[in-house]
Design a protein around this ligand. Structure first.
Ligand code: NZQ
Ligand code: ZN
Length: 396
């Protein structure tokens, strides 16, 4: 196990009906917020009215900015920054899924920053002042942004999708109420479960030795995500299952499972290129990328893949290692399919003549730099290998 420091200051409030208390939960922290939300689901469900009522009852005033799209854009973030500056707002409340929370974090970064917020993501600038605090009411368990220090943003003109991390971006308060997930369409549950699972893959498939505890925590969380997603596919109104899935999604990405381990983030780098260019949902893109990536990586550390196939995918240990691992990957594909997730580029709407070489190079430069472009992980993946992984997804 590697040395590490772990600091997680988010006040995490979980429970049925807890969203109604957002005003009183926020009141010790602020009396004025930017209320940030997405494309309309919170208005259709009545959540918007409940939040406004709760804020008003607690004496919290607000300005609002809706319209965050999945794969949130820099342009709306810049609008939010201007609004906060003009209105003297220094606290952002996100009500939504990962896209809304990430957009809120970007606004929180940009308000006190003296430069261009996008240049923080491109690493052309360094942050000039501490970000504003962010709180959230989660409406979609998936990205883990409710307890992560990260934000991911898309620059539409340059078709780039980049992440930025800062310890102060972990929300100061996250309200996770499983009753809010009952309005989600089935494909969002599946996308979310695929994303959560991949957050663990990026940490679990590692060459770091002596990680028995975090291996076991990862394995338990992976099994829970897979089981609860299957249950929710059959019973979308099962609030208890939503609760278990949501807690798993938070644990999957708050880095408790990644401490002391070398991490990869290769699948995310490959997927973010697809989202940036073709605007595909993040979880669906990962469902396509992951099996091909695992197949390419398994020869480089068969031990950890064998452990996963037996402990998570339930494969009997009664044949040769490669067969056990391949059976694990086959079962993973079957799980994706059972949730209605895509398994090919074609199903994602990505054409056969897509610029896979260009996307592979961009992903490798992002992770490894221009001098040594590669994706880190169990094995350092070159741009040519990345391209082969993309092409394997096109033919799956
Ligand atoms: O915009 P509205 O109308 O609210 O609709 C949303 C959106 O269309 C809808 N939705 C959300 N809650 C709902 C609901 N519909 C009905 N009922 C509800 N309760 O769901 C759609 C998708 O929402 P979105 O927020 O885009 O999904 P998700 O939570 O999967 O977030 C994806 C984004 O998170 C980033 C991804 O790259 C992607 O941009 N990620 C962020 C991470 C982080 N900050 O740590 C890590 C992740 O790996 C990921 O990269
Ligand atoms: Zn993700």
């Amino acid at each position: 196990m590697l040395s590490f420091e772990y600091h997680n200051p988010t006040r995490y409030v979980f429970g049925e009906g807890e969203h109604r208390n957002i005003g009183s939960l926020l009141r010790p922290l602020t009396d004025r917020v930017l209320l940030h939300y997405g494309g309309g689901s919170i208005k259709r469900s009545g959540l918007y009215d409940t939040i406004v009522k709760s804020l008003t009852a607690a004496g919290i005033t607000f300005c609002e900015l809706g319209g965050v799209k999945p794969n949130p854009s820099v342009s709306l973030v810049k609008e939010g920054i201007e609004l906060c500056r003009n209105e003297g707002i220094s606290f952002v409340l996100a009500v939504g899924g990962g896209s809304v929370i990430d957009s809120a974090k970007a606004i929180a970064l940009g308000v006190p920053h003296s430069g261009d917020v996008w240049k923080l993501y491109t690493r052309e600038e360094s942050l000039s002042a501490s970000p504003l605090p962010v709180a959230c009411v989660l409406t979609l368990p998936a990205a883990g942004s409710e307890n992560s220090p990260n934000t991911v943003l898309t620059h539409e003109e340059s078709t780039r999708k980049l992440g930025y991390g800062h310890p102060a971006l972990r929300p100061v308060l996250s309200v996770v109420d499983p009753t809010l997930f009952l309005t989600l369409p089935g494909n969002q549950m599946a996308n979310g479960a695929a994303d959560m699972l991949c957050h663990i893959f990026e940490r679990y498939f590692s060459n770091t030795p002596d990680t028995e505890l975090s291996d076991a925590l990862c394995e338990a969380t992976m099994r829970t995500i897979m089981q609860q997603a299957v249950l929710l596919k059959k019973e979308p109104d099962n609030v208890k299952a939503w609760g278990q899935l949501a807690l798993s999604g938070t644990i999957a990405h708050n880095n408790l499972l990644g401490v002391g381990r070398e991490q990869s983030w290769a699948c995310h780098a490959l997927e973010h290129e697809l989202s940036a260019v073709y605007d595909v949902p993040h979880g669906a893109g990962l469902a396509v990328i992951v099996p091909a990536y695992l197949e390419a990586m398994m020869p480089h550390n068969p031990g950890i893949f064998m452990q996963w196939a037996t402990n998570v995918m339930g494969v009997q240990h009664n044949r040769n290692t490669a067969e056990v691992i391949r059976e694990g990957i086959r079962r993973l594909r079957a799980w994706y399919v059972s949730l209605g997730l895509p398994q090919t580029m074609q199903e994602l709407g990505i054409p056969e003549d897509a610029d896979f070489a260009g996307m592979a190079r961009a992903a490798c430069v992002l992770k490894g730099g221009i001098e040594n472009p590669h994706l880190p992980g169990i094995h350092a993946v070159s741009p040519a290998e990345c391209e082969r992984i993309y092409r394997a997804c096109a033919q799956a």
